[in-house]
Design a protein around this ligand. Sequence first.
Ligand code: ATP
Ligand code: MG
Length: 214
Amino acid sequence: MITLALSKGRIFDETLPMLAAAGVRIAEDPEKSRKLILPTSRADLRVVLVRASDVPTYVQYGGADLGVAGHDVLLEHGGEGLYQPVDLRIARCRMSVAAPDDFDYAGAARHGSRIRVATKYTTVARRHFADKGVHVDLVKLYGSMELAPLTGLADAIVDLVSTGATLKANHLREVESIMDISARLVVNQAALKLKREPLRALIDAFAGAVEQAA
Ligand code: ATP
Ligand code: MG
């Protein structure tokens, strides 16, 4: 049996057509079912549904043989024990710094100055501001980062941006783009040795689906 870890929402929705290209169908709609383990049209392949940020952990410890995780999530996890063979180019967005419309970010984020930043992505944020030579006080949050500058919790945030609509609705603007983000296929390194043939075939099928979509 091969176990593929996916998270509900955009990762699941955008992985589905790639699986279809590999001849794999999933009968159940995860939004309608409460099941956490979904069978597929292939008797030897099942999908487990986990939190987006838990995908690398499941694959690292062998709870799943492979999975699909955002590069943002992988950077925070660290990628230990994970083989990352394919950039799937799905669930694309950017990791950016955002600040209130009226905040002088350029003035506040000068070399040697100090800034307070709220984020779920502390690893990426710490590295980004260190590279700029800006002292940063990081406030770790788990959601709704946009609220932090509006309540005085932070000067700015580091968050994922796609359209920018959420920022705009909260009177924030993207002041700096840190990196482009997309989802990657991740594979457990021990499983790759034990189940080499079927996993190699799946990895190749995903890589083929990426080529087709390009
Ligand atoms: P959870 O909802 O369980 O806290 P999450 O918010 O990270 O986790 P999703 O919203 O499903 O889960 O996002 C999954 C992945 O989709 C992210 O890790 C990221 O790589 C990608 N993504 C693409 N665009 C966006 C966006 N605008 N906001 C958030 N994530 C995005
Ligand atoms: Mg979310």
